[in-house]
Design a protein around this ligand. Structure first.
Ligand code: ATP
Ligand code: MG
Length: 393
């Protein structure tokens, strides 16, 4: 028998009647992900997904890495399946974990017995196998309280599985189970994290980016596409809609009072994003807004930008500290790209003294000279769709 992966279900196990839908989706996502690395069998039994390579040429290491990015999985372990006899289990431990044990100072054995028909109970199995290991490796100490290494044995329906400590999975809910949302993706630190957090709750994403050529450069656009690509490590393929935003911004600059520039610009982003989102069957907009971070993210400012849309606006970072956001950005691998120094269209025509406590009435008055519908319709004509993906087919 050969090494395989055990993926333990996360919150999915809390689902009642919907559980079947969740599990089906999860397995579909895992199969789709594993396909990039060769032929794998993906099978769910008793809250565990068994992923087994089916041929020699599977890229097992990359597949293993990818197992850590699957939402809906709480923990992952590489394991060695053996026949359900004590001799086979002991031989399996020595073959599979012998070197690791030899390098450790102390160990213990922990057994889980899902198959209650197995002759010994979990404590008896741990004692027996632990005893045999200690006999075979006399220099290795048994330490049940603080062992340097723990051998895990799981007695399941069709086989016994041997593995070392599990590693944390990506958590969350299976991708796609939580509906579809459109993320307003900038080149900053926040919006990629917002995208990740919604994806983690099972939301299928597409991205919308506003681009103001020549005020923002081609490299700024490439940076955003790279950020989107990094997110697809978790979500699978995504589309990014790049919206030409120059005309809108110039119209605002030429026709509106300066202190309202950013707010009015953000209202246009919302309107245009909503039109695209609805057109593509998205049920919400998502931004990286964070209360109090900048003038346009005070509660009053957000009321004026939220007022132009009727889709729900999800801002998963709203109550986080910057430090927490940065930590997540580092952990998911978007930070380095986010801090590349290319400008965003938000930094073009920024007012010296932006309004921080605007009223809706004021803002509506400030944009009164603009033909909003025409500007929105025009921007919608200038959308470029780009597909991004992390994993090669
Ligand atoms: P970020 O780090 O995500 O850029 P930020 O703190 O810089 O956020 P803003 O620039 O005010 O804040 O933008 C707030 C949110 O508006 C962003 O998180 C993003 O969701 C959206 N946004 C800003 N600029 C753009 C853009 N050029 N294209 C698409 N969405 C944008
Ligand atoms: Mg920004």
């Amino acid at each position: 028998m050969q090494e395989m992966f055990l993926l333990k279900l996360g919150e999915v196990v809390l689902k009642g009647a919907n559980r079947f839908t969740f599990e089906t989706r999860l397995c579909k996502n895992i199969r789709r992900r594993m396909k990039h690395f060769g032929s794998f069998d993906v099978n769910l039994r008793q809250s565990t997904v068994y992923v087994t390579p089916l041929s020699e040429d599977c890229d097992v290491e990359s597949a293993w890495e990818a197992c850590h990015t699957l939402f809906g999985i709480a923990a992952v372990a590489r394991a060695f399946p053996v026949e359900k006899t004590m001799d086979a289990i002991f031989d399996g431990v020595m073959t599979y974990l012998g070197d690791t044990l030899a390098a450790a100072k102390s160990f213990k054995v922990e057994t889980k017995r899902a198959d209650k028909s197995f002759g010994l109970n979990s404590i008896q199995i741990s004692q027996e196998i632990g005893g045999r290991i200690a006999e075979a490796m006399p220099e290795l100490l048994v330490d049940v309280h603080n062992p340097a290494f723990t051998v895990h044995i799981e007695i399941r329906e069709h086989a016994a599985f041997i593995h070392g400590p599990s590693e944390p999975g990506a958590g969350g809910l299976p991708h796609g189970i939580g509906g579809r949302g459109a993320v307003l993706l900038s080149g900053g630190i926040d919006s990629p994290v917002a995208a990740y957090r919604m994806a983690k709750r099972g939301v299928e994403l597409e991205c919308i980016h506003f681009f103001s050529y020549p005020y923002t450069s081609e490299r700024a656009k490439e940076k955003v596409l790279e950020l989107a690509r990094l997110i697809t490590k978790y979500t699978g393929k995504m589309t990014v809609d790049i919206v030409g935003f120059t005309q809108v911004q110039e119209a605002i600059r030429d026709n509106c009072p300066e202190e309202y520039f950013t707010l009015i610009m953000r209202r246009f982003m919302m309107r245009i994003a909503q039109a695209i989102a609805k057109d593509h069957g998205c049920q919400c907009l998502i931004t990286g807004e964070n209360l109090g971070q900048v003038a346009s993210q005070t509660m009053q400012a957000m009321v004026t930008t939220g007022a132009v849309i009727d889709l729900p606006l999800f801002t998963p970072l709203i109550g986080m500290d910057k430090e927490e956001i940065v930590r997540t950005a580092r952990q998911i691998g978007t930070m380095e790209t986010s801090i590349l120094p290319y400008e965003d269209c938000c930094t073009v025509f920024t007012p010296k003294h932006p309004r921080t406590r605007p009223t809706l009435e004021e803002v509506e008055k400030a944009e009164a000279k603009l033909d909003v519908d025409a500007l929105v319709a025009d921007a919608l004509q200038k959308v470029e769709r780009v597909r991004v993906k992390y994993y090669e087919d």
